[in-house]
Write a protein that binds this ligand. Structure first.
Ligand code: ATP
Ligand code: MG
Length: 658
């Protein structure tokens, strides 16, 4: 059995480095230093690759918490993601290989995507929507979802994508918050052989004046599902588009024009409506896409995230299209019709770069090695993860079973608020250590601080901060600290925005995560600030105890929280799900408690250890420890549960407590 404390270092293979965009550590260090010392020339060179309607002259303005990049520049992001490539003669390159859950397939080239986007933009224009208006997109993983996002951007409309797994209440909250004039949805989407009734969820949210701002609902026919159409409000996508031209003049916007609002996953509380601006976001997501995924012209890239999360926005849509790359997009569940679905897709489309989340990898492990082993995954050359700290044992499995022991792993740390990848290995350069996101990307000035603002020592746990603004940084929380000067006053105080990110250390971005830095300068993200335990004065991250549990052969997943304890201040409570061929019982309970004591230390031996069929997670797959804490405290669940994936997981756990 592997040890949790993984000491091995994995160097990129010479083969990989030879042809990589950044070929070694010397180059990385030199560029990183230059990106911070002379940001003007660093970003100038990168931004010059794009089509600016009006060139910028001012790199950035930093008046915390407000930051602006390329402020006097003007552009349209769709010109850069589409027209630019078509004009360069790459119009016939495939933008997306799309596979529906029932097995239907479609591929769309850059030229075709541009036509669709223009046609859809003309449809939106015909409804009277204008620059700055907010449009909600609540769709399945189909090509039209990307088309809808880009059609908004073509016109300077601000989109807000809501993940298709959300219920009508969550839709209503977000539509109201964004005061959207239009909702784009579909009659349904496929999930495990069933139709998710997207349109009727929208109806429940907006009917009976539930969302007075909504004037139009556009409905894509995806599943031939029977739905209700409300006259004067609802229009079929195909009817709206039938008469529209396939060219559309892009609306040029200032670089700081909001591109979209996206609500965070709500792991720590009520979701925040994060506002991203156009120019800086484009340059940063394009640059990180190219370098972190080492994109080459012949790559087939696949990010398994839903477009409804920031990962989908940056690394399925904008950053990837800006590089003229070909991507795979899959509509349905990874376990449908069987556990081999994703690996069959990798094999069928000859995927070369694969990007997923630790929660997905833990599910793959639970399902057993034979599924991936049954498919040819040899086309893969780079694999990545995002979303949570990855347990070292999970990292090792990923490298061995999916990466064939040859693919570099990029463990990318970032947030909805950061817009793009912030701490990550550079695949041809950075030696990786399982469980560490390694080093900051270019232009990222990351540090670990103590509570008093001083810099933490090597290996000392502290708060992860970013000390300089970066191009794709959050511009505000919608209606709670996002205001354009001279705007009609719809946007309120700087309150939540300022307090959340800049309230602790003035002028320094507080990520809200706890981390350490080792003697090589590598960052180890432990989890949320709240997820650090203090047992008998020893501070330890929940992730470390979880990784110990997961390193036991019986354990599929674990969540650890602290509960008050008279003797030790805080004691460890662990919630554990088992792999399919193991049985819960007193004996295993004791074994696992011993296992933690042996691999970390007796002081963190879980006082409480519960077996459970599933853990409460956000719909983006993250464990919601705050709800487990409330359960363990024996009280009613007080916090926001609108982003919870499966309420039954909570109910079952609560029953156990009673
Ligand atoms: P909310 O802010 O509403 O609580 P959230 O933080 O889960 O929700 P996201 O922006 O989707 O919303 O997630 C960002 C967080 O995910 C980071 O702050 C970090 O805790 C975690 N994370 C992402 N990638 C990594 C990674 N590679 N390693 C460790 N943690 C990660
Ligand atoms: Mg967060």
């Amino acid at each position: 059995m592997a040890n949790t404390k993984e000491e091995r270092v994995f160097n990129p293979s010479r083969d990989f480095s030879k042809s990589a965009h950044i070929a070694g550590m010397e180059e990385y260090r030199d560029l990183h230093k230059r990106s911070l010392a002379d940001p003007e020339s660093f970003w100038r060179k990168l931004s010059d690759e794009f089509e600016w309607h009006k060139q910028w002259t001012i790199l950035r303005k930093w008046d915390p918490p407000r930051c602006r990049w390329f402020e006097d520049g003007e552009l349209n992001i769709t010109v850069n993601c589409l027209d630019r490539h078509v004009l360069a003669g790459k119009g016939d390159k495939v933008a997306y290989y799309w596979e529906g859950e029932p097995g239907d397939r479609r591929s769309i080239t850059y030229k075709e995507l541009l036509s669709s986007v223009c046609q859809t933009a003309n449809g939106l224009k015909s409804l009277g929507l204008e620059k700055g208006d907010r449009v909600i997109i609540y769709m399945p993983m189909v090509v039209e979802t990307v088309v809808a996002m880009l059609a908004c951007a073509r016109l300077g409309l601000v989109h807000s994508v809501i993940f298709g797994g959300f219920s009508s209440d969550a839709i209503r909250d977000r539509v109201l918050d964004a005061s959207a004039r239009c909702v784009i949805t579909s009659d349904g989407g496929w999930r495990r052989g069933k139709i998710i009734p997207l349109k009727s969820n929208v109806d429940q949210a907006v009917s009976n004046n539930g969302c007075p701002s909504v004037e139009h609902v556009i409905v894509l026919n995806r599943c031939e599902n029977t739905i209700q159409m409300t006259p004067n409000r609802d229009v079929w996508w195909h009817d709206l588009l039938s008469e529209q031209a396939t060219t559309c003049e892009p609306v040029m916007v200032p670089a700081e024009h909001p591109l979209y609002i996206l609500y965070t996953s709500g792991t720590t509380g009520k979701p925040k409506g994060v506002v991203h601006a156009t120019g800086g976001y484009m340059v940063y997501t394009a640059t990180t896409s190219k370098i972190v995924f080492d994109l080459r012209d012949d790559d087939v890239y696949w990010c398994t995230a839903d477009v409804g999360w920031v990962t989908g926005h940056s690394y399925i849509v904008y950053g990837i299209l800006a590089n003229c790359a070909s991507s795979v997009m899959y509509e349905g569940a990874p376990d449908h019709p069987d556990f081999g679905r994703l690996w069959k897709i990798v094999q069928d489309y000859k995927v070369t770069v694969f990007y997923t989340a630790p929660t997905a990898i833990r599910a793959f492990i639970k399902w057993g090695d034979s599924w991936p082993n049954n498919y040819n995954l040899s086309t893969l050359r780079l694999i990545g993860t995002v979303g949570e700290p990855i347990n070292p044992d999970v990292w090792n499995w990923y490298r061995r079973i999916i990466g064939g022991n040859k693919c570099p792993i990029v463990d990318t740390w970032w947030q909805t608020e950061t817009g793009g990848i912030m701490i990550t290995p550079i695949p041809g350069a950075t030696p990786t250590k399982p469980g560490s996101a390694t080093l900051p990307f270019f232009g990222v000035d990351a540090e670990i601080l103590r509570e008093d603002g001083s810099v933490a020592d090597t290996d000392e746990r502290g708060l992860l901060v970013i000390k300089q603004p970066w191009p794709s940084m959050i511009r505000g929380i919608y209606k709670d600290g996002w205001g354009e000067p001279g705007h009609d006053g719809e946007f309120g105080e700087q309150d939540r925005f300022h307090e959340t990110y800049f309230g602790k250390f003035p002028g320094v971005y507080l990520a809200g995560d706890a981390a350490t830095r080792d003697s090589d300068g590598y960052f180890w993200v432990i989890g949320r600030i709240d997820d650090v335990l203090n047992v008998s004065g020893h501070r330890i991250g929940t992730a470390e105890v979880e990784s110990s549990l997961v390193s036991h052969e019986a354990v599929a997943e674990a969540a650890v929280i602290g509960v008050p304890d008279e003797l030790t201040g805080e004691a460890v409570a662990a919630f554990v799900t088992l792999k399919s061929n193991y049985n819960a019982g007193d004996e295993l309970q004791e074994t696992l408690r011993q296992h933690v004591a042996k691999t970390i230390g007796a002081f963190v031996r879980p006082k409480i250890l519960r077996f459970t069929a599933s853990l409460p997670k956000t719909r983006s797959g993250k464990i919601m420890r705050r709800l487990l804490r409330e359960i363990a405290m024996g009280g009613e669940i007080q916090g926001d549960t609108t982003t919870l994936e499966d309420i039954n997981a909570l109910v079952d756990l609560q029953k156990q407590e009673e």
